[in-house]
Each structure stands twice: as structure tokens, then as C-alpha cells.
Write a protein that binds this ligand. Structure first.
Ligand SMILES: [Zn+2]
Length: 660
């Protein structure tokens, strides 16, 4: 291929990749597999490597991040980014409508959700992204082009001719699921966690190393054309044009005919809020006609043609009464904020996580402080910061305890690690967690064994390990206090019943690291008994299809430990089922199922049990190896992913036929 041919081929490949990129990241509706997409990208990379002078900044290969910067350049926005005036009740929205109507008549509005992320301005020249900037002070912001290019849903080159030379505004955010996953990974590594998705988005965009940004789960919605060399009539037209040009726009934006309809839609958006995978802190109401925008103009601070309506805050301040220490399942000591109860976005909060002692120190949070509490989605409430201005000088720092608050053993802190641990394997805090885990619904499912009962069992010395549960007599339970004949019998029966749980539950309930529900099912499908599993080497385990290396190693380590073998022996001795008698050729032998959405005629656990009884396996996430995806009402992202992967998707009725 000569250079001219290469040039043509490169152009063709880029067009194809941009198209598939758009289908995947913006429309959520890919038309090729990941594999085919990667093949195109590899081909382009190879050609560009051969002809480096043909690389342009808008090439899809330029999304992986570049060398770190020394600092950000300050740039001026083409049009100042004004902030919107806030309103907190519907009457204030009606006042806004009255003010608008002093200037213009026949007003229509567009209402859209206000995404809680980081505002950005993107500048395109001749359809190519030339600059992306933070909001900054509204007039000048930081040039973060390198970082923004790593977000796949931001087009590097625009489609068609609808928009060519434009500046657009939008919000970069981290999805709630991405945020939770990111923080969980960081906590495992004992790294820095973000207080909320907004900080996560803003903090990521301020990274000087765009290669780090490329690894963060960021996305964006573009909601406004701030400068344009062509004429558009309405904001609604502008949103259409943005979409046609390849931007990701929010599907919930809606045109309404008057302020009352706008108010109704605000209510609807607030109801929807908890079901979205991104944080929304309000709604924005904009006058639809762009000619009217010009007439309305602006005040010194805000445009007169738009206003934001704030939803009930998910933040509150309250007094931090104490910092308690929790000892986790692996012995890690975690500080927990004990708060003066306060309502945060409709929920009363009296405890909040402080993550670890380094966070506590970094944020300088003290007992007696007034603190800012925040809730996002179903994430555990967090202490964002302490309000230092409110200190009276009597607030106290919490010192890292030298001894485990539960068993009194001296704590350890490995060099360079954030986590402080109680090294005592028999610490009752750890034992308590193990028992709770063992008895939990997905494990041995022992009803009536609540936290306070476990506490009492440990206090009385009746239980020293999980097998001891099965040696309890009804008389022992009655002596615990709080139990009557009937309730003691119930607990006793539940414990007895759990002896018959299937092998996958038993494996899961042992709490082996890196062995979740799915891995436990894979193992139970492969091995007929716990003894067979115990004999398997880590090499052999690595051959189990779908099982990760970490899990294989953890299982081998678990069964190489004497105490664990003794535990298994004790369980066998007392009659816990550790073998699976297999009926040959079960109809769904080895078939993998995923459920998404609500089922109508049966519960999830019931459905899972049906699958397992027929030899099938229930997975929690969608992958290429899944045989059936059962879709109920209001399915989630798993459904989208299943469609993308072209999996076998079945309804609840079809599922019931399959298992009947
Ligand atoms: Zn301890």
C-alpha cells in the first residue's frame, strides 16, 4: 500500500470507527461485536504507526491519553458560562414565568434534568474538537482537552453539516454504578476514595495525567449550544442538532407548553431521580425560543431565560457525636461516624462511613464537629467534610486505637498500608461477621439468627466457630434471654433445616476470599463433594471454566489450612450435607442464567432455586458465556448488555416453560 492508498484507507477506517463508537457509546445500540470493533481499531493503529505523519488529533486512536501535563493552560470561553439562578419551590418557578412574560409573550419551555457533575465547554472548528475546558470562573477555565478526549461519548469529529463551528456546553459525570465500583476497588487497594460522584467527575477532569482519566468510568450529556455560526430557532432544535451531530443528549429533556406543565414535569423528574444511574440534583427550565433568549438577555450574574429548580437536598449538616470503631470480617478497623440523627433527602441518617483512618486525618474530622453529610443513590451515607468555622475549640481528634476494641489484641499496620487490622483470627468481631455471612440469605439461609442473637451466643461462649451452631440445643437458646419456647424452637429448626442446603451454598458460606455466589455454583457443578473440592490443586482449579485465578489460589490456600479442614470435618460429623447426589442428565445441566428486572409470579430466590434444581447456574453479570437472560419488568443495564451481545433473551413465561 502506498501512502496515498494508506491515506484513503485511514479515512475510511476512521469513519467506520466513529460510526460504531457513536452506536455504542451514544446510542447504546452497537451493530458490531467488540471483537470486530477492536479489529478495525487495530488496523487503523497499524497504518498510523507506518505513516505517523497521517495521525490527526481527531483520530479515534487518540483517546487513550497522552503524556502528563505540567499544569493546565487557562483559556477564555467563547461565550461566558453563566450560572443559573436557583429556585426551591414551585411558586418561585411561577415568579420566574411572570418575569419572563414581562419581556416576551407566547412562551414555551424545555425542562431537562440537571446532572450533578462537572460543567464543561467544548469548542469545535470545522467539525473537529479543538478544545475542551472546565467552567472555571465562567469567563476563563482550564484547558482539559486531553482528558475530555478519553471520554468515548464525546465526538472528536462531528457528523454531517448540522453543526460545524460551535461551542457546546455539557456536564461530565460518573455513573452511580461506575462510582460504586471505583470506590470499592479503591477501598480494596486502600486508595483514596471519592466522597460522591460529582467529586469523582470533577477530580478526574483535574488530573494532569490523561492516561489515568482514560481508566475512569466517565460519561457526559451535552445540553446547550452556546455559540454557533448557523441559525437555530429553538432550544429544542438545538438539542436535535446536537444529537444529529453525534453528541450524547439527555433523553429526559422535554418541551412543555407552559409553566404548570413544566412544574408537573419537574415533579416527575424528581420521582424518577432514584431510578437513574446518575446523580440529578434538580431540573433546568429554559425558554424554548432562541429569539426570545436574545430579548430576555441576562442580569449581571444569570441569564433571564433559564432557571434551575433544586430537588430536595441529599446533603445536610449535623453534629458528629462520636467516632465508633468497627471491626470487619477480615479484621480491618474502620472508623464510623455516629451522628445526631438528621434527615438527608427524605431518609433519617444516624451513622455515616469515614472509610479509613487516613481519610479521617486528611479531612481532619473531629468528635464534636459540625459535619456535612451526603447520600447518593443507595450508597452508604458519607461524611463529606467538617465545617471548621463552627469549631469551639473543644472538638477532639480520634486516635487510632492501639488495641482491637473487641478482643484487646494489639493492632497491626503493615508498612505503607492504610488499613489497621486486628491480627487475632479468633477475634469475636471476625467470628461474628463469619457467622452472619454463613447464616445469610444467599449462604445457608438460617432464619431467626439476627445480629443480637449472634452477639449473645458469642458472649455466652456457646459458639467458637460456625460448626458450633449445629451443636446448640434448644435449652441453650432459651437461656440466651429474649427467647420463648416458640422462638427458640424456630431458630433451632432453621439451623437444622440449613444442614440440607445444597453444595453451592455451603461452598459460598465458608467465606473463602474471591469466592462469590457464582464461583460457588461453578465449583459445585464441577465437584461432587466438599472433599473432592478440598483435594483439588490450584492448577486444577484454574481449569474450571469461568473461575478466576485469584479464586483458584484462594480456594487452594483455604483447604491447605488445618483449622479449615477441622471445620469441614466437624460439619460433616454433625450431619451437614457436603455431597451432592446428582441425578444424571438434568435438563439444564451446566446452563448459565442471568435475571434482570422484576419477576411477577415468583421471587428471585425461588427462580434461582428452580434453575439450580435442574442443574443450571445463576450468574450475576452478563457475559458471552451466558445461555439465558431472563427479562422481567423494568430490566436494568444487564438487558442492554445482553442485547449488545446478542444473547438468548427470554421472558418470565418462557422461563417458566423451560423449568416446568
Ligand atoms: Zn480483635
Amino acid at each position: 500500500m502506498n501512502k496515498n492508498e494508506a491515506k484513503k484507507e485511514i479515512k475510511k477506517l476512521r469513519e467506520q470507527i466513529n460510526y460504531h463508537n457513536y452506536k455504542y457509546y451514544v446510542e447504546n445500540n452497537p451493530v458490531v461485536s467488540d471483537y470486530e470493533y477492536d479489529k478495525l481499531l487495530k488496523k487503523l493503529e497499524k497504518l498510523e504507526l507506518e505513516y505517523p505523519d497521517l495521525i490527526t488529533p481527531d483520530s479515534p486512536t487518540q483517546r487513550v491519553g497522552e503524556e502528563p501535563l505540567e499544569g493546565f493552560k487557562t483559556v477564555e470561553h467563547k461565550v461566558p458560562m453563566l450560572s443559573l439562578a436557583n429556585t426551591y419551590n414551585y411558586d418561585e418557578l411561577r415568579d420566574f414565568d411572570d418575569r419572563v412574560k414581562k419581556y416576551v409573550l407566547d412562551v414555551e419551555y424545555v425542562v431537562e434534568p440537571k446532572i450533578d457533575g462537572a460543567g464543561v465547554a467544548l469548542l469545535y472548528e470545522n467539525g473537529v474538537l479543538v478544545r475542551g475546558a472546565t467552567r472555571g470562573d465562567g469567563v476563563r477555565g482550564d484547558d482539559i482537552t486531553q482528558n475530555l478526549k478519553t471520554i468515548h461519548s464525546i465526538p472528536l469529529r462531528l457528523y454531517g453539516d448540522v453543526l460545524k463551528n460551535v461551542e457546546v456546553r455539557g456536564e461530565v459525570y460518573m455513573s452511580l454504578s461506575g462510582f460504586k465500583k471505583y470506590n470499592r476497588k479503591q477501598s480494596e487497594k486502600e486508595g483514596i476514595v471519592f466522597a460522591n460522584p460529582r467529586n469523582a467527575a470533577a477530580g478526574s477532569l483535574r488530573q494532569l495525567d490523561s492516561r489515568i482519566v482514560a481508566k475512569r468510568p466517565l460519561d457526559n450529556f451535552i445540553y446547550f449550544v452556546s455559540y454557533n455560526d448557523k441559525d437555530l430557532k429553538t432550544h429544542e432544535n438545538a438539542l436535535d442538532a446536537l444529537k444529529k451531530a453525534g453528541f450524547r443528549t439527555n433523553p429526559l429533556a422535554k418541551k412543555v407548553k407552559d409553566i404548570e406543565e413544566a412544574i408537573n414535569y419537574c415533579k416527575k423528574l424528581e420521582d424518577l431521580r432514584e431510578s437513574l444511574d446518575y446523580e440529578v440534583d434538580g431540573a433546568v427550565i429554559k425558554v424554548n425560543s432562541l429569539a426570545q433568549h436574545k430579548i430576555l438577555g441576562r442580569t449581571s450574574k444569570n441569564p433571564r431565560w433559564a432557571i434551575s429548580y433544586k430537588f430536595t437536598a441529599k446533603q445536610s449538616t449535623t453534629r458528629l457525636n462520636d467516632i465508633a470503631i468497627q471491626v470487619g470480617r477480615t479484621g480491618t478497623l474502620t472508623p464510623v461516624a455516629i451522628l445526631e440523627p438528621v434527615e438527608v433527602g427524605g431518609v433519617t441518617v444516624s451513622r455515616a462511613t469515614l472509610h479509613n483512618f487516613d481519610e479521617l486525618k486528611r479531612k481532619d474530622i473531629r468528635i464534636g464537629d459540625t459535619v456535612l453529610i451526603e447520600r447518593s443513590g443507595d450508597v452508604i451515607p458519607q461524611v463529606v467534610k467538617s465545617i471548621k468555622e463552627k469549631r469551639k475549640g473543644v472538638e477532639k481528634r480520634k486516635i487510632i486505637p492501639k488495641k482491637c476494641p473487641v478482643c484487646g489484641t494489639e493492632v497491626v499496620r503493615a508498612e505503607g498500608e492504610v488499613a489497621v487490622r486486628c491480627p487475632n483470627k479468633n477475634c469475636s468481631a471476625r467470628l461474628k461477621w463469619r457467622i452472619r455471612y454463613f447464616a445469610s440469605r444467599d449462604a445457608m439461609d438460617i432464619d431467626h439468627l439476627g445480629e443480637s442473637t449472634i452477639d449473645k451466643l458469642l458472649e455466652e461462649g456457646l459458639v467458637d466457630n460456625i460448626a458450633d451452631l449445629y451443636f446448640l440445643k434448644k435449652e441453650d437458646i432459651l437461656k440466651l434471654g429474649g427467647f420463648k419456647e416458640k422462638s427458640a424452637q424456630n431458630l433451632f429448626d432453621s439451623i437444622e433445616k440449613s444442614k440440607k442446603q445444597d453444595l453451592s451454598r455451603l461452598i459460598y458460606s465458608l467465606g473463602i476470599r474471591h469466592v462469590g455466589k457464582y464461583a460457588a455454583q461453578l465449583l459445585a457443578a464441577k465437584y461432587n463433594s466438599i472433599d473432592e473440592l478440598a483435594k483439588a490443586s490450584s492448577e486444577e482449579l484454574k481449569e474450571v471454566y469461568g473461575l478466576g485465578e485469584k479464586s483458584a489460589d484462594a480456594i487452594a490456600t483455604f483447604f491447605a489450612t488445618d483449622e479449615n479442614i477441622q471445620l469441614i470435618d466437624k460439619l460433616k460429623e454433625i450431619g451437614v450435607k457436603t455431597k451432592e447426589e446428582r441425578k444424571k442428565d438434568l435438563p439444564l445441566q451446566g446452563k448459565k442464567f442471568v435475571f434482570t428486572g422484576g419477576l411477577v409470579s415468583l421471587t428471585r430466590p425461588e427462580a434461582s432455586d428452580l434453575v439450580k434444581q435442574m442443574g443450571g447456574i445463576v450468574a450475576s453479570s452478563v457475559g458471552k458465556d451466558i445461555d439465558y437472560v431472563v427479562v422481567g419488568e423494568s430490566p436494568g443495564s444487564k438487558y442492554e448488555k445482553a442485547k449488545k451481545l446478542n444473547l438468548n433473551i427470554i421472558s418470565e413465561d418462557e422461563f417458566k416453560k423451560l423449568v416446568s
